[in-house]
Design a protein around this ligand. Structure first.
Ligand SMILES: [Fe+2]
Length: 173
């Protein structure tokens, strides 16, 4: 994948149209020094520390590209909304199970020193990642997330997105 400079947060479809072409939009500004632990909007710390290292992993890049292709290939806004929630609760704010331990997966958590400990604390409701529930669940990007889904494995996540795209009847080439 390659990086694409972005001036700020992009509309979801625009963001994922770059990703469908294996380009990852990265912002070019950094959060204010008075609040280094959390930012509601993506900045260079979020993009370069949260997302970019994972893009070097082919499986992660393929998963992301698949979501991107699905978003740009469906004309149905409800399906786009479902895909948005799927990626929010996985790519951005997913927790994942590995070696019987719950670990941080999402870039939104990884790029926030406030959210890293918060995400694993008892103040957050943890639920198993069930796609039908995830795509019906709303979120508020302006604050730390108090509901997170735990993905059983990366292979599970890949299978789930493939099945969702199939169920939606979205043609992917
Ligand atoms: Fe992000």
């Amino acid at each position: 994948m390659h990086l694409v400079p972005a001036e700020g947060p992009l509309p979801y479809r625009t963001f994922y149209s770059y990703i469908a072409d294996r380009g990852f939009p990265v912002t070019q500004f950094i959060r204010h020094g008075s609040h280094p632990e959390f930012t509601p909007e993506p900045d260079m710390i979020h993009d370069c520390l949260g997302h970019v290292p994972s893009l070097m992993n082919q499986d992660y890049a393929e998963l992301l590209t698949l979501i991107g292709k699905a978003v740009v290939s469906t004309p149905n806004p409800q399906q786009v909304h479902a895909l948005k929630r799927f990626s929010w609760f996985s790519i951005e704010f997913g927790l994942i199970q590995e070696d019987n331990e719950t670990k941080i997966f999402g870039a939104g958590i990884l790029s926030s020193t406030g959210e890293i400990p918060f995400s694993l604390s008892k103040d957050v409701k943890h639920r198993p990642f069930v796609t039908s529930e995830v795509i019906e669940t709303d979120y508020d990007p302006s604050r730390m997330q108090d509901l997170l889904f735990i993905i059983p494995s990366f292979a599970f996540l890949r299978r789930e997105i493939e099945q969702l795209v199939k169920r939606f009847g979205i043609p992917i080439n």
